[in-house]
Design a protein around this ligand. Structure first.
Ligand SMILES: Nc1ncnc2c1ncn2[C@@H]1O[C@H](COP(=O)(O)OP(=O)(O)OP(=O)(O)O)[C@@H](O)[C@H]1O
Ligand SMILES: [Mg+2]
Length: 382
């Protein structure tokens, strides 16, 4: 590598930096191929990432014009010398690829390759792809390459190792981005469940009440219908808030205690169960924790009123160290928390746990058939 010290080393370093800066797999591949071609002074360079079906998931070339590339036709399959590169750990350095016994010809528009250097790109035992170079440039008047040297092979080996790292990183990055999108989708599902489906449930009840009253007591039916309109407007607001991840507007305007108290008064009036609220010693909490507490209280109340057939539901928001403890206790029929499957249609309990965990808090569900249910949530404050 003697003649490469100095400016050669700088070129290698530039290539490696360019590789590590790319995040998208395809950009990483392009950078690798272009760097390899430039560093080894070859006419053509390519990198193939195999798929599981005998073809290439990706095949990136450098030194071939777009028009030429199109004329060549479909991507190569894994055969001949290309396939050999993918199945062995050793580099291949050939004076003339066309004379190799594995050579199987190429399409008409394919450029003529003579001298050839190929190397697998490996991460441990896994072959991520293979790097190919052809036609080392030189001042030979009759054309064709001058042949790659042992030094070229060594240099390409270093590039291939870094290419493996860059490729693995890029894959991890793409994977993590997919995960973020999935998380976002599940957040939205929970948000819609917590806010909107509860409002719609109340809306249905109120509409039914209006329908039952319309003949007997038109004035009260009118009142219920106004309530329907108000609930529908709230549901629409909640929907918008869920989509843009806004806090419930009432929290900013009135604070957690006031918001909870108002909502509980409404529920107390709307249901046969007595719903009561107390907030001993409570102080303001960080915004995210207030929102989480409100959402958990809403779902716990909703469950108590829908599933428990309770006579009484008591909500307490009490100071607890720097933070707060929310308790929603009903005297209803209870259930066995272990039998509730977290997957599938029941989102409420899962969503409450997620919300608590999301703000560094904890959620406890205490229930047994015939013994009522208590939901407890602690948040750290701060
Ligand atoms: N307070 C409670 N009293 C009695 N049973 C309850 C109570 N809370 C929850 N459950 C039981 O636990 C199950 C799961 O509750 P969860 O909130 O996860 O789902 P859900 O209320 O059925 O549906 P979702 O909340 O997704 O609309 C309920 O279906 C119900 O059987
Ligand atoms: Mg529920």
């Amino acid at each position: 590598m003697s003649h490469r010290t100095g400016s050669g080393l700088a070129a290698v370093s530039t290539a490696l930096l360019a590789m590590s800066r790319q995040m998208e797999v395809r950009d990483v591949l392009k950078t690798i191929v272009a760097s390899a071609r430039e560093l080894l002074d070859a006419e053509y360079a390519a990198l193939g990432v195999p798929d599981d079906h005998g073809g290439f998931a990706q095949f990136v070339v450098d030194g071939v014009s777009d028009a030429q590339w199109k004329a060549i036709g479909p991507l190569p399959r894994q055969h001949g010398v290309l396939a050999a590169m993918l199945h062995k750990a050793e580099p291949e350095r050939l004076a003339d690829v066309r004379e190799d016994p594995r050579f199987g010809g190429w399409p008409d528009a394919h450029p003529e390759l003579s001298d050839f250097l190929g190397l697998p790109v490996r991460d441990g035992d896994e072959t991520l792809g293979a790097l190919f170079l052809a036609n080392k440039r030189c001042a030979r008047p009759e054309g064709g390459g001058c042949g790659f040297t042992a030094e070229d092979e060594e240099l390409l080996g270093i590039l291939a190792q870094h290419a493996a790292i860059a490729l693995t990183n890029a894959r991890l990055y793409e994977r993590s981005r997919e995960l973020t999108i999935a998380e976002e989708r599940s957040r939205l599902a929970h948000e819609l469940h917590d806010a909107v489906s509860q409002k719609l449930f109340s809306l249905r009840l109120t509409a039914q009440a209006a329908a039952a009253l319309v003949d007997r007591d038109p004035a009260r039916a009118k009142g219920e219908l106004q309530q329907v309109a108000a609930l529908a407007a709230e549901a629409a607001d909640e929907l918008r808030a869920a989509v843009v991840e806004l806090r419930p507007a009432a929290l900013d305007e009135d604070g957690l205690v006031h918001t909870l108290r108002t909502q509980i008064q409404v529920l107390d009036r709307a249901h046969s169960a007595a719903v009561v609220f107390d907030s001993p010693g409570i102080r303001a909490l960080p915004a995210a924790q207030e929102e989480a507490v409100l959402r958990v209280a809403q779902e716990a109340l909703h469950n108590a009123l829908r599933h428990a057939e309770a006579a009484r539901v008591a909500v307490t928001l009490a100071r607890h160290g720097q933070g707060a403890r929310l308790t929603v206790a009903d005297d209803g029929r209870g259930f066995d928390p272990a039998t509730v499957r977290s997957a599938g249609r029941h989102l409420g309990l899962v969503s409450m746990r997620d919300r608590a965990a999301g703000v560094g808090g904890a959620l406890t569900v205490t229930s047994a058939p015939g013994e009522g249910t208590t939901i407890e949530m602690e948040v750290p404050g701060g």
